[in-house]
Write a protein that binds this ligand. Structure first.
Ligand code: CXF
Ligand code: ZN
Length: 371
């Protein structure tokens, strides 16, 4: 069948919206009509060549929700008409990590920037007949996609698709970083550096944990106001040494119990580290360009301050367990989702959506398709 997709062809160039050929699902795959897909910064890093992928052309987009239109012969537990969220790391179910229930660490996660499906073959072709890859084995900047069942989570039908799409990446990444990685405790203090899609969810994750002081830091003043709506108690519009000074002023010279690096770790990790109290946690939730290979923290300083530096992909939690739990929190009124969406776009407006992200105008832009 034909599908309309935003295709990444060249680093630094806009993605091009094209008709491509989409093959039917293989035995373990499903055909999904995409209803909504978020404009996460990760795809933008790929477009700009800051996160290299193994091939072009490739359909990007990994924060998506939609409806199952067809299933392969060996698919279990997913049927036509189901509403689904797609996960940007599959759960192969066979590796060491999946065996432990740690699907965010699935061994197949190492292949999500390669392009092929989970089974190693391709389902997409362009006008010239060339294979087209699918970022994260999803390729959701398209009206339809074919993905392995390992990338699919069935959700209840009462959740609007635009909100559900955010629970595919930004929401678990941020909320999970606070709850599952740093394990923020009631009464503790938190610093969130970078209040975009991930950071705003760290703020609300810290609020859910009962943090007493939630300091939002961003160089875009409007984001600090938005962060207050999600639970931030303080806002700092500064970076580098000025940020460290301001955090120490707010914490009696001690620093915060937990800091979260949610934007450009190359420039924000060291200030976040130094704004953290001795014995505290520094959690990295954001991508760094491939070319940056050092974190610039003196080992002696790490040793004597006894801080922990941690990585958190998918909020360091299995999406299979975390996503249903987050949707339940939303239903209870404890988790804000609608408020995360700054603006909706059509697929052919994708490059404008990313320009808005780059200009600091969006927490999250979402591409919404007509039903
Ligand atoms: C990323 C994490 C690193 C690989 C690609 C997907 N997650 C979300 O934005
Ligand atoms: Zn993402």
């Amino acid at each position: 069948m034909e599908s309309l997709a935003a295709v990444f062809r060249q680093v630094g160039a806009p993605v091009s919206v094209e008709r491509i050929t989409l093959d039917p699902p293989g035995p373990t795959e499903v055909l999904v009509r995409i209803a909504a897909v978020g404009l996460c910064r990760t795809d933008y890093h790929v477009m700009r060549g800051e996160r290299r992928v193994a091939m072009q052309p490739m359909v990007l987009g990994h924060e998506a929700a939609g409806v199952v239109e067809a299933t392969g012969s060996a698919v279990g537990g997913i049927k036509r008409g189901d509403h689904v969220i797609l996960t940007f790391i599959p759960a192969c179910g066979k590796c060491h990590w999946c065996g432990l229930g740690l699907h965010h660490l699935c061994a197949e996660g190492a292949r999500i920037t390669q392009g092929p499906q989970l089974d190693g073959s391709y389902r997409r072709r362009d006008y010239s007949g060339a294979d087209v890859g699918a970022f994260c084995m999803i390729g959701a900047f398209a009206d339809r996609t074919v993905v392995d069942q390992a990338s699919v989570i069935v959700i209840d039908k009462d959740i609007p698709f635009d909100l559900a799409s955010l629970v595919a990446c930004g929401v678990p990444a941020g909320v999970g970083a606070a709850r599952q990685r740093a394990r923020v405790q009631r009464g503790e203090s938190v610093l969130v550096v970078g209040c975009g899609g991930d950071g705003m969810n760290v703020v609300q994750g810290a609020r859910l944990c009962g943090a007493a002081k939630i300091i939002a830091a961003d160089i875009v003043p409007a984001k600090l106001d938005w962060a207050r709506e999600f639970g931030a108690t303080h806002g700092i519009c500064a970076q580098g040494p000025e940020l460290i000074r301001a955090v120490h002023e707010l914490t009696d010279g001690i620093g915060v119990n937990h800091s979260f690096v949610c934007i450009d770790p190359a420039s924000t990790l060291l200030p976040a580290f130094r704004a953290t109290a001795k014995g505290g946690n520094v959690v990295v939730t954001a991508l760094t360009p491939d070319t940056v290979t050092e974190i610039g923290i003196p080992p002696l300083e790490l040793f004597v301050t006894q801080k922990a530096i941690m990585g958190a992909v998918y909020g360091f939690s299995s999406p299979r367990l975390q996503i249903p739990e987050l949707l339940a929190l939303y239903r209870k009124g404890s988790l804000k989702l609608r408020e995360l969406i700054t603006r909706s776009y059509r697929l052919d407006e994708i490059n404008r959506g990313y320009a808005d992200l780059d200009a600091g105008r969006n927490i999250r832009g979402v591409i919404v398709f007509d039903g």
